[in-house]
Write a protein that binds this ligand. Structure first.
Ligand SMILES: [Zn+2]
Length: 402
């Protein structure tokens, strides 16, 4: 799969630049033309954290002319184990400023543009506009899907990376540049259920893993900007630091992709926090010891049929979702009814002995409703982890997914 250079060469390099970049210039594949392309390049790095730190420093050192930094956070002592763009004296300072200063120290010829704000639906287009390439160093799913969708709508390719403990992944998504190339949603159509994939803050990350994956991202960025080599388009790089193993998997464009497929359902930016199911603390507490699997639910439904078990299964999704697919034997009471209190009148009374079992699409909304009814005295209420998605995947694939 060939990839055209994303950037036209600058007119000339100065004498200083020739001296600075001489080890690039003598590589035939890069040469003067490649270095002039880097000089003209505008790259946006999202996050000056684990991946952003090595990415920013190597992009700067490589001579990328303009580097944007999106970062709203401040440097914390626990960042220093891996976020090498920041130092001890930066603790408590804005990461964007600290990163800007480090970049200036690595290469004062780089023009740094600081976007000291949290990326969201309202500012993403304004921030992305004008960049040739994006390097995504975010650590949460809501932002990843936002980056993917906004980059797709603007036609900007982006290098994605993710890290967890000893495992890393990376790919280059360029569906508008390369015909038949997938997007992030082709690879991961749905975010994992909340709580399934802990963040680095919860699960930890080997510090040097950031450099391993961040440098792969920069490697792919330089190749794409200059049009050399075989890009990581349509391929997923998987790195296992414990086994010291790199594997490359093919990723195909999904004709049913919600974004880049034949009949897209995502045609504008969506509510990413909702899509990725950021659960409240109350919901997480309520669900902690009260989550069952769809396999357990299947067994319970059989027992209910045989008359050896009594419970009511309530689907808290919206009616339009209920039309698409259902868990047999469920009744619909949308989440809003729980939040406004009306649902309680429709439930069996607390002392009836009938257990209340809740479910939704993926287990986020049902956890929220669970918190509400536990607060109302339904101590033995439970909800179904993974919701209808898990039911369709694991129990009844004949039903449509959405
Ligand atoms: Zn796609």
């Amino acid at each position: 799969m060939s990839f055209p250079a994303l950037v036209e060469p600058a007119d000339a390099l100065t004498v200083d630049e020739v001296r600075r970049y001489s080890r690039h210039l003598i590589i035939p594949d890069v040469g003067m033309t490649g270095q002039k392309r880097l000089k003209n390049a505008k790259v946006l790095v999202i996050g000056a954290g684990g991946l952003g730190s090595p990415a920013l420093m190597y992009l700067a050192a490589a001579g990328v002319g303009t580097l944007g930094i999106v970062e709203f956070d401040e440097v914390d002592e626990s960042n220093l184990q891996r976020q090498i763009i920041h130092g001890q004296s930066d603790v408590g300072r804005p990461k964007a400023v600290s990163a800007q200063e480090s970049v200036a120290e690595v290469n004062p010829l780089v023009n740094v543009v600081v976007h000291a704000e949290r990326l969201d639906n309202d500012n993403v287009y304004e921030i992305f506009e004008g960049y040739d390439l994006i390097v995504d160093g975010t650590d949460n799913f809501a932002t990843r899907y936002l980056v993917n969708d906004a980059a797709y709508f603007l036609g900007i390719p982006y290098v994605w990376g993710s890290i967890y403990r000893f495992d890393g992944q990376a790919s280059l998504f360029a569906p508008k540049q390369v015909e038949g190339a997938p997007c992030y949603r082709c690879l991961y159509p749905e975010p994992p259920p909340p709580g399934m994939v802990p963040s680095c803050a919860e699960g930890g990350v080997l510090g040097v893993l950031c450099a391993s994956i961040g440098s792969i991202q920069v490697n792919e960025a330089i190749k794409a900007l200059t049009g050399i080599g075989d890009p990581l388009v349509g391929k997923l790089m998987i790195y296992d630091a414990l086994e010291m193993e790199y594997r490359k998997l093919k990723v195909r464009k999904d004709p049913n992709c919600a974004l880049c497929g034949e009949n897209p359902t995502v045609t504008e930016l969506i509510d990413y926090e909702y899509f990725c199911g950021a659960v409240s603390d109350e919901a997480a507490d309520a669900a902690a010891d009260a989550t069952i699997s769809v396999a357990t639910l299947e067994g319970m439904l059989k027992e209910r049929e045989e008359g050896t078990r009594d419970f009511v299964l309530i689907d808290v999704r919206e009616p339009n979702e209920y039309e698409i697919n259902q868990i047999p034997g469920s009744v619909l009471i949308p989440k809003g009814e729980f939040l406004n209190g009306n649902a309680l009148a429709q439930l069996p009374s607390v002392d009836s002995g009938t257990q209340v079992v809740l479910h939704c699409k993926s287990g986020v909304r049902s956890a929220e409703c669970l918190a509400v009814i536990k607060g109302a005295g339904y101590d033995d209420a439970i909800h179904v982890g993974g919701g209808v998605v898990a039911w369709v995947n694991q129990i009844d694939p004949s039903q449509p997914a959405y």
